[in-house]
Design a binder for this molecule. Structure first.
Ligand code: PMP
Length: 439
């Protein structure tokens, strides 16, 4: 049998890297087959090692808001590279980016981010946010929601989404039981469960961490009022609310999902917000931000330690600055419209093929669920006919559309998805829907 370059690379990769990948979901564990090794990406398209081009709906799992390799972002990085790759000293760009984040994450009088610390990954941002919340409150317990993913630090892997959900793992080996015991996992969108745990252990809870809109168990939007309820309940007990906008921040709205909610009447003030993905424009960069009095507890002003050799890396900062400056309201309008068009086409194709499905949405994020209703919890997200996704995914791939290789992930549109790219996705959907129907 003839193999292609992707097969050759995958066998070579497996010999030197666990599972052949540097992040688990890339291995196609739940859909089967050989992952595409990507050689290049531009705009709405990616090209694999065999030279095949695909319309991309992964967008590097979110960062590529403007599309891949936007010329202005690439030249900002190239220009920064000529001045040095890493200094381990503060730079002007870091001031500009922190200021830009504080200015953007504001809506009228609501300004939850006064100070920003730049880090390199979303995992570091949430890990630091939790240490900060514990330092601020002198308490140890953390509440997270089942199916939410906040990166791979020890305390956050219990009933996590993303790859942990795709591989159907309860958590991770290697996490000491006493550390796991500091995280209380609650069902999402369940006010009673939150109230009950605060009533019982409220004086020991440092923080509640929540994805602004959950997008790592598929897309599961917060019930109206749920995020505000978290803020109110946490604050009533002296705990902090950590809003994880690593995925949603600067993607669903120019100021984040909390601002999208505030604009529609649901106002609340998170104490710490984490950012990643779009904020680094495709380079390794993430951030956490909050009120000055909380953020100043970080070293060197405060007792909560956090550091990083590559934190605020000048190339990453250049990419983030260029991306945010280009991410105008017109860009969000374009991404919103592209997402709505594809979500509607997906809905129509599955309906025509007679496939039981729902297309849950949160802002411009949407996903696909093989169940009659959009789920509200992780248990509901898991109770779907997920076996229909592999044939759907492969039928799309055969028609040169690259989807996330798991039903528990959102589909990502970009501002570079023009009529041509969107038309190609729409044209591929009916055959994929029929493949899902006959699974
Ligand atoms: N939080 C959320 C909501 C995420 O979606 C992710 C990554 N998908 C992370 C945190 C972790 O970010 P990273 O992969 O950069 O460590």
């Amino acid at each position: 049998m003839m193999t292609d370059r992707n097969d050759d690379l995958f066998s070579a990769a497996r010999a030197v890297t666990p599972g052949g990948v540097n992040s688990p979901v890339r291995a196609y564990g739940s859909v089967g087959g050989t992952p595409r090794f990507l050689a290049s990406a531009r705009g709405a398209y990616v090209t694999d090692a065999g030279g095949q081009e695909y319309v991309d709906l992964v967008a590097s799992w979110g960062p590529a808001l403007l599309g891949h390799a936007h010329p202005a972002v690439v030249s900002a990085v190239q220009e920064a590279a000529t001045r040095g790759l890493s200094f381990g000293a503060p730079t002007e760009g870091e001031v500009d980016l922190a200021r830009l984040i504080t200015e953007r994450v504001r809506l009228g009088d609501l300004a939850p981010v006064e100070r920003v610390r730049l880090v390199s990954t979303g995992t570091e941002a949430t890990m630091t946010a939790i240490r900060l919340a514990r330092g601020a409150t002198g308490r140890d317990l953390l509440i997270k929601f089942a199916g939410h993913y906040h990166g791979h630090s020890d305390g956050l892997l219990a009933e996590a989404g993303s790859g942990v959900a795709t591989l159907a793992l309860p958590g991770s080996a290697g996490v000491p039981a006493p550390i796991a015991a500091q995280t209380l996992v609650l069902p999402y969108n369940d006010r009673e469960a939150l109230e009950a745990v605060f009533a019982e252990r409220g004086d020991q809870i440092a923080a509640v961490i929540v994805e602004a809109a959950s997008a790592n168990m598929g897309v599961v939007a917060p019930d109206p009022g749920f995020n505000r309820f978290i803020a109110d309940t946490a604050h009533a007990h002296g705990a902090l609310m950590i809003l994880d906008e690593v995925l949603t921040g600067f993607r669903v709205h120019h100021a984040g999902f909390w601002a999208l909610q505030a604009a529609t009447g649901e106002e609340y003030l998170p104490d710490i917000i984490t950012f990643g993905k779009v904020v680094g424009g495709g380079m390794p960069l993430a951030a956490l931000g909050g009120r000055a009095e909380v953020m100043d507890l970080l070293a060197p002003t405060g007792p909560v330690y956090q550091a990083g050799t590559l934190s605020g890396n000048p190339l990453s900062v250049a990419a983030g600055l260029a991306t945010l400056r280009l991410a105008t309201p017109a860009v969000y309008a374009r991404v919103d419209a592209a997402a709505a068009r594809i979500a509607n086409a997906l809905d129509a194709a599955l309906t025509d093929a007679g496939v039981v499905h729902a297309i849950p949405r949160a802002g411009n994020l949407f996903g696909l669920v093989f169940a009659p209703q959009a789920p509200r919890t992780y248990a509901e997200a898991q109770a779907q006919e997920s076996f229909r996704y592999a044939p759907f995914f492969h039928a799309m791939r055969e028609q040169h559309v690259a989807l996330p290789p798991s039903v528990f992930e959102a589909w990502f549109l970009t501002a570079a998805h023009d009529d041509e790219a969107l038309g190609r996705i729409e044209a591929a959907l009916p055959a994929a829907a029929r493949a899902a129907a006959s699974a």
